[in-house]
Design a protein around this ligand. Structure first.
Ligand code: 4AD
Ligand code: MG
Length: 463
């Protein structure tokens, strides 16, 4: 029970016996009026199902209350009684109903089903719909499960900075953070003088917490981050957001195989958690969003993830006879169409692609003995493609310096990152799981904009 004496609707619906003097509060989904009786479906977001409130004319202000509109907010006290209606165990026989906040016909979430595109234009209201209620309950529950998994495995949770001078992925996709006057920027020899900026150097929003995470792994052995990351790539796809959340574990004394092992255990654990703890919402997604979802997740929890090298992947794609939009050749990055072909058609499930060409991966990945590939891994899953990227890290000071130069990164700017290799360097590995990509996989939702509360994409940051 809450401090205001209210019971959450989820708890009321899970009751084992009738109960007098129950108080619930929530928002009206539907109002129906029969002969001498009224029905209100009330939802407080604690679960998918709304509770049915039954009013008889003895309830004070009976007529006035039944004029309440969809979207209005009510406080209802009454008795929890067994429901004669099909498909619901309990309903509330109202004794008193108070209108906390009325609504009018302009409320956008009326009974008819809206498209997800439309619901994005009312991002402030969509959490009150069935689908988005389920999505955001899952997002919350799985965030908790992720923390629990790592804490129970002895990983230290580290808060890596949001504002940073280091571009981890080296892809130049950082959002600029500056206090310089855009109309009158300070120039030195015609060049922008960042030393006069707030932090005394050029800074941006982090694209990954990995670099700082590595410093902590070299002190605490096993660490993880779970926070917002930002990418200013102008890709308007259903899988890219400018602001997204990433889970990044980093393990000392671990090679690429250990990394894949952790990734597999972790994902299976979270899938099992979802099946067990989010059963009602998962059943909804299974029915309305992705038929077969439950089988898929149960299968994933049992499966042994497959592994193939990038070189094998290219060979398979090259020989498969499929007409791809982007050419397949050793040295080219795999495109989304290739990734999906591999996971959906070749493997039929999750697959780690490992040992990518050094030239297409970030500078920090460990160079393999062949001198051309790095100890990288991407995890590809059906429908979404890449949900995770990781690697064993380059732990040799000299090789790392050389890889920085090849990637046009000034070793001086990352002197502290090189220091980790100077004193007590050790093999270490980690990965980044895009939380939204994972949520897409686990809910069946097809657009990243529909698994993050207020999506940020090119042209959209209003809500
Ligand atoms: O593959 P990425 O770029 O890897 C890293 O950032 C490493 N530093 C991670 C590490 O090893 N600690 O990104 C990791 C994951 C991707 O696999 C993808 O799931 C997600 O982050 N991701 C995005 N998700 C949504 N929108 C974007 N623009 C994303 N870019 C990457
Ligand atoms: Mg990647």
């Amino acid at each position: 029970m809450k401090a205001d004496g209210r019971t959450r609707i989820k708890a009321a619906l899970a009751a084992t016996a009738p109960q007098e003097g129950l108080l619930v509060k929530g928002w009206v989904r539907t109002v129906r009026r029969g002969k001498g009786v009224g029905f209100i479906a009330l939802n407080d977001g604690s679960c998918l199902t709304s509770i049915q409130v039954v009013l008889d004319p003895l309830v004070p202000n009976f007529d006035e209350i039944l004029k309440v509109k969809t979207g209005g907010c009510l406080s209802v006290s009454g008795a929890l009684v067994e429901s004669p209606a099909k498909g619901q165990k309990w309903e509330i026989q109202a004794r008193q109903v108070r209108i906390i906040g009325d609504a009018d016909e302009a409320y956008p979430l009326q009974k008819k089903r809206h498209t997800f595109e439309y619901l994005r234009t009312v991002a402030h209201l969509r959490p009150r719909s069935n689908t988005f209620g389920a999505v955001f309950r899952m997002r919350s529950a799985l965030s908790h499960a992720i923390h629990r998994f790592f804490q129970e495995c002895g990983f230290l949770y580290v808060h890596t900075p949001i504002i940073t001078a280091s571009d981890c992925e080296g892809a130049g996709e950082m959002f600029r953070v500056t206090m310089l006057d855009a109309a009158r920027p300070p120039l030195t020899n015609g060049e922008l003088d960042w030393t006069q900026d707030f932090f005394g150097e050029k800074t941006g929003l982090t694209v990954s917490g990995q670099l700082q995470g590595e410093a902590f792994a070299a002190a605490f052995s096993d660490i993880y981050t779970f926070g917002p990351t930002f990418r200013a790539d102008n890709s308007n796809t259903s899988r890219h957001a400018a602001e997204f959340w990433m889970i990044e574990p980093e393990m000392a004394f671990a090679d690429l195989a250990d990394d894949c092992k952790l990734a597999e255990e972790f994902l299976k654990h979270i899938c099992r958690y979802a099946l067990e703890h989010c059963a009602e919402d998962i059943a909804f997604f299974n029915e309305r969003i992705e038929p077969g979802l439950i089988d898929k997740l149960e299968g994933l929890a049992r499966a042994k993830f497959q592994t193939m090298t990038y070189t094998e992947a290219v060979r398979i794609l090259d020989a498969c006879g499929e007409a791809f939009e982007f050419p397949v050749a050793w040295g080219n990055d795999l495109q989304s169409e290739h990734e999906r072909y591999l996971t959906e058609r070749v493997v039929g499930g999750p697959v780690f692609v490992i040992d990518y060409p050094a030239s297409i991966k970030a500078f920090y990945m460990r160079l393999n003995d062949d001198g051309r590939t790095v100890a990288a891994m991407d995890l590809l899953v059906p429908r979404v493609g890449e949900i995770m990227g990781g690697s064993q890290r380059e732990d040799r000071h000299d090789v790392l310096r050389q890889r920085m130069r090849q990637s046009r990164i000034d070793p001086k700017s990352l002197w502290w990152f090189l220091d980790i290799r100077r004193w007590g360097t050790c093999p270490h590995s980690g990965f980044g799981l895009g939380f939204e990509r994972f949520l897409m996989y686990i809910t069946g939702m097809q657009n990243i904009r529909d698994v993050i509360p207020f999506p940020r994409t090119p042209g959209n940051a209003h809500f």
